[in-house]
Design a binder for this molecule. Structure first.
Ligand SMILES: C[S@@+](CC[C@H](N)C(=O)[O-])C[C@H]1O[C@@H](n2cnc3c(N)ncnc32)[C@H](O)[C@@H]1O
Length: 238
């Protein structure tokens, strides 16, 4: 094991210092395997914010429906989804180096070809790298709840963020959110219902159950251990 100063971690691409962030960079402890994974697999899986607009055909070497996930954490559920749907291309965005290391290590060992990863702020990636109307599915599972009221402004789900996501989704594309924080779920529901480009697949004002294509995630299991209920929200871009 080795300590990494996450702030100095060289693979993360970051160019804007922001006053309000939806995350805190934790000085995470990397396992030797996660650290080595960057040398071995980043060249194959890593994408850079600094490269600007992404050409998915060039990045994946094929055209296929595109799924984008923000905040994959340690990445196990994203990897399971990429393996379960080999006909789709998956892009994951995460700022936490140990999680990125774990995901590319496991993906590399399993020979997974339909996955690419940004280690950058997702809002920068959406703005600068992802073409409008290019995503077939967007997923955000168990985002940091920022449960204290004075921190609610740091929640990633805000009207402006959802509007940005809508521009990136294809018409008919799916927006999938999940959380175990009741108060955040209510906030998500309010924001998504107010966005006129979106239609709730469960009927206006309703939550969805967990669809079969979403595996349980690490933070979901933690929430369940704490006795939290889980709510999925599934919308389509009109
Ligand atoms: C509570 S964890 C959930 C992880 C995973 N989805 C799960 O359910 O186990 C939220 C993750 O989102 C990441 N995150 C938060 N804001 C982000 C942003 N703007 N860009 C990229 N990742 C972000 C954090 O680093 C953290 O790993």
């Amino acid at each position: 094991m080795q300590d990494e100063s996450a702030e100095d971690f060289p693979y993360r691409t970051e160019y804007k210092k922001k006053s309000i962030r939806s995350y805190v960079i934790r000085a995470g402890r990397m396992t030797e395997g996660q650290r080595r994974a960057f040398d071995t697999y980043w060249g194959g899986y890593g994408l850079s914010l600094f490269d600007g607009p992404l050409d998915p055909r060039a990045a994946f070497g094929r055209e296929a429906p595109l799924v984008l996930e923000i905040g994959f954490g340690m990445g196990d559920s994203l990897l399971a989804m990429a393996e379960a749907e080999p006909d789709k291309n998956f892009i994951g965005i995460e700022v936490h180096p140990p999680g990125v290391g774990r995901l590319i290590n496991n993906a590399g060992k399993a020979g997974v070809k339909n996955l690419r990863v940004y280690m950058a702020d997702a809002v920068d990636v959406l703005n600068d790298c992802i073409a409008d109307a290019s995503l077939d599915r967007f997923q955000l599972y168990f985002p940091d709840p920022w449960h204290k009221k004075k921190h609610h402004k740091r929640r990633i789900v805000q009207p402006e963020f959802v509007r940005l996501l809508c521009t990136k989704l294809k018409p008919g594309g799916l927006m999938h959110l999940a959380t175990d924080w009741e108060n955040y779920a209510e906030h998500m529901l309010e924001v998504l219902e107010a966005e006129e480009q979106l239609e709730n697949t469960a009927g206006a004002g309703n939550y969805s159950g967990r669809p079969p294509f979403r595996p349980e995630t690490k933070f979901e299991r933690r929430g369940q251990r704490l006795g939290h209920g889980v709510r999925d929200l599934l919308y389509r871009r009109r």
